[in-house]
Design a protein around this ligand. Sequence first.
Ligand code: PHE
Length: 456
Amino acid sequence: MSEASTPDVSRHGMWSSRWLFVLAAAGSAVGLGNIWRFPYITGENGGGAFVVVYLLCIAAIGAPVMIAEVMLGRQGRQSPINTMRALAKRSGAPRAWGLVGWLGALTGFFILSYYTVIAGWALFYIFRMGSGMFTGADGALASSAFDAFLADPWMLAAFHTAFVAGTVFIVARGVTAGIERAVRWFMPGLFVLLFVLLGYAMTSGGFGAGLEFMFGMNWSALSVDGVLEALGHAFFTLSVGMGAIMAYGAYVPRSASISSTVLTIAALDTLVALVAGLAIFPVVFANGLEPGQGPGLMFVTVPLAFGQMPLGALFGVVFFVLVTIAAITSSISLLEPALAYAVETHGIRRPRAALALGLVCWVLGLGTVLSFNVWSDIHLVGQMTFFDFMDYATQKVMLPLGGLLIALFAGWVLPKTIVGEQLGLREGVPALAWAVLIKVVAPLGVLAVFAYALLG
Ligand code: PHE
């Protein structure tokens, strides 16, 4: 094999086992997207029908693209930009495929700039829960407390800064020392606390209404934009379409099975989102809150729920600590593609590159900070604030576009022999199913939603 001459490892390091890749990729996938974003966009899009479209997008589009990303990453063993370039060359395709890597790095950057602001909210809520101010609180208090926080740009900026610093610190330490250590213990903890919340939601008196909202088929509530939202969120929540998983794929040992690993990660990610929804909506309905209230949903309902539980302040602190960690294991993966590229191509040392990239994200993030207060009346496009615009551009345009191009490359450009070797597929049903998904279903799915959004 050609691997005999070049060692089949990445210069940035390798996961110590298949299991650690699962943890790291799940760490990337499970984040604010599951606990903060999924419930609030489900609320805005009327529930059930949106959830069905989202699940379909995960299964038919997101998961196949995730398999493709791990495969490309493991074959290339470099940053997504250089991997795409090298594999294009090897496939006799234009070097311009490297642009997919660039688009991804930019997308990661844009997402990170507001991701750190929202993660800063979670960080702040650790202290707020600890203060006991929500003990016995009602919906009005929880809402007004959140609004008062949003109105203060200095507070938002301070916690945004702290979160960026944490991200840079971990990424700077590198793949095994930094990333692996962070994900080893937080996932089990997050699960336990989500189930505590779920347990409370079941007894809150709103559980039936919550279930009905999330799984009742109300198709008339689903707008054209909601369909695009579901697609974009499927990419966002799985961390695919921008190279994060491709970058992590470069550190996967040859012996691991890609498809079963990816299915585990996708299932875990979906489970966390559904449990988060089931924990949050009952609280919404039991307290007469508005499901479509937007980005503040989690920050109003969760304090409310804990405020009514014995030891709620303590549980609340632990919950927001875990959300913050879930966010950090995602934010490091948003930075990794650009970082690995800077290290490989420009020979910049890891810590220095992390600092420089973190700084740019920090500045960009100030736009999001201000869009919730000082700049809330400044609209860039249509009715969109700076934050709305970053969110729209990344979720609804850049991620699906990146995912489309990755599917096309993996399906139509990469030589069949490489695919067969990487995925362990010979002829037969699995090989056929894979080909249909990656060549036809995933690309056409994205194109169809794009077309529907443009024409609808
Ligand atoms: N998947 C992460 C979440 O759900 C966000 C993310 C998107 C991370 C894209 C990496 C790449 O919070």
